[in-house]
Design a protein around this ligand. Structure first.
Ligand code: 13P
Length: 246
């Protein structure tokens, strides 16, 4: 059961998908609910088109630098000006496809909090790490890198998303028990740094969440919502997932 002190949180990560038409359809038809924090994270060119939406908007990445000669990058102040409250950081597609190390992700988390925005910090292991029994060590190293750079205060100012890489876009979701086991470990690790912040931080599950499996995942004690990829592009499915969280 979702803990009453943590408001459920569902974010849609559109990745490199979407169109003006999809933006318009979400703005007109996706309702907000007082019972759940709903966020859509579209490609950056669409961010400012959500100004009349009832729900919150987040970016999928940000530069760690404030301004200057960084062709193709987008700064946190630009993201804030576009009306965002959240920034997804450390997604495995950026770690693996764009060489973002734990240290780069940690600097981005620090810069995001300094800019007054909330990181949605993604962590999670590849298949070979799961198969060799190294999940906890892998996830701990990802968390430790953030604490080393940012200090423990990041816990109060972030949302964490556990996304096992083998479950992303594969249709192979982690079982509710597998996900809960890692979520409980993450919360315990964070509690060792700041017990009250750890009790309040939202920990989302991501990886092949859909309208049919969301309720079962969200029913677990330490799963406070989801970070949704493919199913966030279909408004009916995403609405069902948001309802499952509330
Ligand atoms: P899918 O829901 O498509 O598996 O993607 C999950 C994800 O990567 C969200 O950030």
């Amino acid at each position: 059961m979702i803990n009453s002190q943590r408001k459920p949180f569902v974010a849609g990560n559109w990745k490199m998908n979407g169109s003006n038409e999809l933006v318009e359809s979400f703005c007109s038809n996706l309702a907000s609910s007082p019972a759940v924090d709903v966020v859509i994270c579209p490609p950056a060119v669409y961010l400012s088109k959500f100004s009349h939406a009832e729900f919150a908007v987040g970016a999928q990445n940000a530069s760690e630098f404030a301004a200057g000669a960084h062709t193709g990058e987008i700064s946190l102040s630009m993201i804030a000006e576009a009306g965002c409250k959240y920034v997804i950081l450390g997604h495995s597609e950026r770690r693996e496809g764009h060489n973002e190390s734990n240290e780069v992700v940690a600097r981005k988390v620090k810069a995001t909090i300094a800019a007054g925005l909330t990181p949605i910090l993604c962590i999670g292991e590849p298949l070979e790490v799961r198969e060799s029994g190294g999940v906890f060590d892998f996830v701990k190293a990802q968390l430790d890198a953030i604490a080393n750079e940012c200090g423990v205060n990041y816990i109060k100012n972030s949302v964490v998303a556990y996304e096992p890489i083998w479950a992303i876009g594969t249709g192979k979701t982690a079982s509710p028990e597998q996900a809960q086991e890692v979520h409980a470990f993450i919360r315990k690790e964070l509690a060792a740094l700041d017990a009250s912040a750890a009790a309040n931080v939202r920990i989302l599950y991501g990886g092949s969440v859909n309208a049919a499996n969301a309720s079962e995942l969200f029913a677990k004690t330490d799963i406070d919502g989801g970070l949704i990829g493919g199913a966030s592009l279909k408004i009916e499915d995403f609405t069902t997932i948001c309802q499952a969280a509330s």
